[in-house]
Design a protein around this ligand. Structure first.
Ligand SMILES: [Zn+2]
Length: 440
């Protein structure tokens, strides 16, 4: 089986490639990436005129909820959502029930992800830093790494003790394992449900101050500097957190960070109607935070974009604001939000956009992904994006079980229209309109 993706704009930040040309996938391998060829034998031809052909997208932060919370999401539905969202690799977070703190659970996740009914994307598990995520005893990180984790994290239950985090980082340095840090001081954030400020006071909701995030970002940056541990600060939300990461990088600490779409596109103003779809962790902040996050995306302080895909069941979301769970299903809206709010607004160039959605997260987590160089990924990983497609995001049409989204009903410009991970694993119905033809 030979598949030809013809006459698309090939964007590959890993080789600084931006040209109109073709990609040939032979069985499950990339065979050719370059200018259009006069004649190619292919079984299937995709006319990619006006579309972008990019390395398969990589999401460094998703919650697949399995094991333990299959009513919110499963590895099968989550990976199907990933494929539909343009992703060929997703990193799943360890705060499942039980938490991902032993090698048998890593095996379980990798087996489920490889099952024929799953979405066909790579799942890269992120292990827990402490047993039971209870902050008492470190996990056997060496055994977890051998089983296949790509990083270790305290996501969902941020480690409060600087001493415990120091020991964890010292182990991770030895194992050459990145730490993905959830930066929040529990004593400051306790009981809060939105950004702390005039808006929370007006609505009568307890706030989460920006200091809750920034204190722990600073602590983790300092610990990274002193231990040499690679630390990835997950989904920054305040301008102060961004500034701390900037300073840490300046000092030479091996620190990186990402941002999620709701934190570069939305503000606390959206909480005004007590719509629980706007309840985030960390909370939606202010326009000043958004403005400085956009600047930091542009200047490279923010390395990449994650969905922080956090699906919840409808009965949980339909609750009083203070009681509702935090977070949003994001795998199928992140590309649309990124192209709408970052590419079409000229915050990011096309190459920068793909860098943040694919090449950078792959580099940070040392994944064999994020590139269109033949032979550098285990199988061909390619995403086709229509940068100009105007569509309305509708949770009723998503694969994820989670229908909790702050982008519900919003107009997007730009969409993932086909995803290949080996073979084709997702194709948007609209892509069929005369753009694809069978040959022979
Ligand atoms: Zn998360």
């Amino acid at each position: 089986m030979r598949t030809l993706l013809y006459n698309g704009r090939i964007l590959d930040p890993s080789q600084d490639l931006d040209l109109v040309g073709s990609v040939v996938i032979d069985d499950d391998q990339l065979d050719y990436v370059g200018p259009n060829l006069p004649e190619v034998d292919a079984d299937e031809v995709y006319d990619c005129t006006g579309l972008w052909i990019t390395p398969g997208l990589v999401d460094p932060h998703v919650h697949l909820r399995e094991p333990g919370q299959e009513y919110k999401e499963t590895i099968v539905t989550g990976t199907q959502a990933a494929a539909a969202g343009g992703y060929t690799t997703v990193c799943c977070m360890p705060n499942t029930n039980p938490p991902l703190d032993n090698p048998a659970l890593v095996d379980f996740i990798l087996d489920r992800a490889a099952s024929p009914e799953a979405g066909g994307v790579f799942v890269a598990p992120v292990g827990a830093l402490t047993r039971g995520m209870s902050e008492e005893q470190l996990t056997d990180l060496a055994a977890l790494k051998k089983a296949g984790i790509v990083a270790a994290s305290d996501e969902g239950r941020p480690i409060q003790s600087a001493a415990v985090m120091t020991r964890a980082m010292e182990f991770c340095v030895q194992l050459n394992l990145p730490v993905m840090a959830h930066c929040q001081d529990a004593s400051l954030a306790a009981g809060g449900s939105m950004n702390d400020g005039a808006m929370s006071a007006m609505l009568g909701l307890k706030g989460i101050p920006r200091s809750a995030e920034e204190i722990v970002v600073m602590r983790n940056c300092i610990l990274s500097l002193h231990t040499g541990c690679q630390v990835h600060v997950m989904r920054v939300s305040t301008w102060g957190a961004v500034e701390l990461v900037r300073q840490a990088k300046y000092l030479g600490a091996p620190v990186t960070c990402d941002v999620a779409p709701h934190h570069f596109a939305l503000t606390e103003e959206m909480v005004g109607d007590f719509d629980t779809n706007f309840k985030s962790d960390p909370p939606l902040r202010t326009q000043l935070d958004v403005d400085l996050i956009l600047q930091a995306l542009n200047d490279g302080t923010i390395d990449c974009i994650s969905s922080d895909h956090s699906p919840h069941a409808s009965h949980e979301v339909h609750a009083p604001f203070a009681e509702a769970p935090m977070g949003h299903a994001g795998l199928e809206s992140t590309v649309g939000a990124t192209l709408t709010y970052l590419y079409h607004t000229k915050v990011l160039t096309p190459l920068q956009t793909i860098e943040k959605l694919s090449t950078a997260p792959a580099r940070i987590l040392r994944l064999e992904a994020g590139t269109l160089r033949p032979g550098e990924t285990p199988v061909a990983q390619v995403t086709i994006l229509d940068p100009d497609l105007e569509w309305t995001f509708d949770v009723g049409r998503t694969f994820s079980k989670g229908k909790n989204s702050p982008f519900q009903g919003m107009a997007f410009k730009g969409k993932a229209v086909a995803t290949f991970c080996g073979g084709e694993i997702y194709r948007d119905a609209r892509f069929d309109d005369g753009r694809i033809r069978q040959v022979g």
